[in-house]
Ligand binder design. Structure first.
Ligand SMILES: Cc1cc2nc3c(=O)[nH]c(=O)nc-3n(C[C@H](O)[C@H](O)[C@H](O)COP(=O)(O)O)c2cc1C
Length: 344
């Protein structure tokens, strides 16, 4: 009975048990994380922005070796060379992944191409106008990202305000993103018109994520005030693409000048490497298990919700905790309502 109350149309669309989506975080969300999320009843997405088609095929196969559950792949057309993007999309559709989650500028042709091959399409947006554009182009659901989100931040409005605006404007399921990591926040999102939540930071801080241990432990010690919204980390992305990262020596060196950077125009300083690939200061790479170097100076992507995260758990525990708390909150809301009814 209570279990049924968490089942939303999103669960039917994505063929998952709980309306809890793991954000497809580039580098961080690999097969180990996605399979763990899927096995626990959530919906995981491989973060494959700008990855080679061979790696995407390999990671899809690796998820399928671990679980039979459905899952998705995240791609970002606006931040990917056109030819590579077409190849990435082709692998996903040939492999018949259940869903593709896109982000940033809405590319109607990408939505059409994915849907024509039978994939469900979710588009993460930061405004009502982008949500309407994604819906008009055929998206099956939109993900409404509030400004408190970690990683790249598309809009400028908080989840509390944006989510009901988008939910009222569109006729397709809306997923709440940015600031969601608990069962209480899932219930709040449902109350505001969402059909589920989409969590990045909460799943970054899990055993299965591919993030470097340093990045995970920095999340644990961060308060909600210790994130920075800036466009300084922009190499490889279109200009004026803000991100939210944890405070670091690099963000301190900006001296309060958080916007108006053009990292694509400045000289490149190599500060880390991964399998022989140079990684530059102010790139959009975040520290991964596979990297070495001055990792603290990379983009330590995290949302303000980092202030609520105080231990590294398995992804399955994160989902079970969200579901357990959501049930408790729903029961509690019933108890709060009861005396008022009896009084009348
Ligand atoms: C480490 C990290 C990497 C991210 N990478 C991507 C990405 O590659 N593609 C994408 O669509 N969103 C990416 N995001 C943003 C998420 O999709 C989502 O909007 C965000 O995590 C939600 O906010 P939260 O961190 O408060 O849960 C990333 C977020 C984080 C924390």
């Amino acid at each position: 009975m209570i279990e049924a109350s968490l089942r939303t149309p999103l669960c039917d669309l994505l063929e998952c048990r709980y309306p809890v989506l793991q954000a497809g975080m580039g580098g961080v969300a690999r097969s180990e994380l996605v399979a763990a999320v899927a096995a626990a009843g959530g919906f995981g997405s491989l973060g494959m922005v700008r990855e080679q088609p061979e790696l995407i095929a390999q990671e899809i196969a690796a998820v399928r070796e671990r679980t039979d559950c459905s899952f998705g792949v995240n791609l970002i057309p606006a931040a990917t060379d056109r030819r590579l993007f077409d190849e990435e999309l082709a692998v996903c559709t040939e492999e018949k992944v259940h869903a593709i989650t896109f982000f940033w500028d809405v590319f109607p042709e990408a939505i059409a191409a994915a849907r024509a091959q039978g994939c469900k399409v979710l588009y993460q947006v930061g405004s009502v106008s982008d949500a309407l554009e994604a819906q008009a182009a055929g998206a099956d659901a939109v993900i409404a990202q509030g400004v408190e989100a970690g990683g790249h931040v598309r809009g400028s409005v908080t989840s509390l305000v944006l989510l009901p605006l988008i939910a009222r404007a569109v006729g397709i399921p809306v997923v709440a993103s940015g600031g969601f990591a608990s069962g209480a926040s899932l219930v709040a999102a449902l109350a505001l018109g969402a059909a589920g939540i989409h969590c990045g930071t909460a799943f970054l801080a899990t055993h299965e994520s591919f993030a470097h241990e340093m990045h995970k432990s920095r999340i644990l010690y961060a308060s909600a005030e210790q994130t920075v919204h800036t466009d300084a980390f922009g190499i490889n992305w279109p200009p004026n693409s803000p991100v939210r990262v944890l405070e670091s020596s690099v963000t301190e060196s900006l001296d309060g000048n958080l916007f108006g950077h053009r990292p694509d125009r400045t000289s490149r300083a190599i500060i880390a490497s991964e399998d022989g690939r140079d990684i530059y200061l102010f790139s959009t790479d975040s520290p991964l298990r596979s990297m070495t170097g001055d990792l603290e100076r990379l983009a330590l992507f995290a949302g303000q919700v980092a202030g609520q995260i105080d231990c590294i758990q398995s992804a399955g525990h994160v989902i079970a905790g969200i579901v357990r708390e959501a049930h408790a909150v729903i029961s509690g809301i019933g108890e709060i309502d009861a005396p008022a009814k009896n009084d009348s």
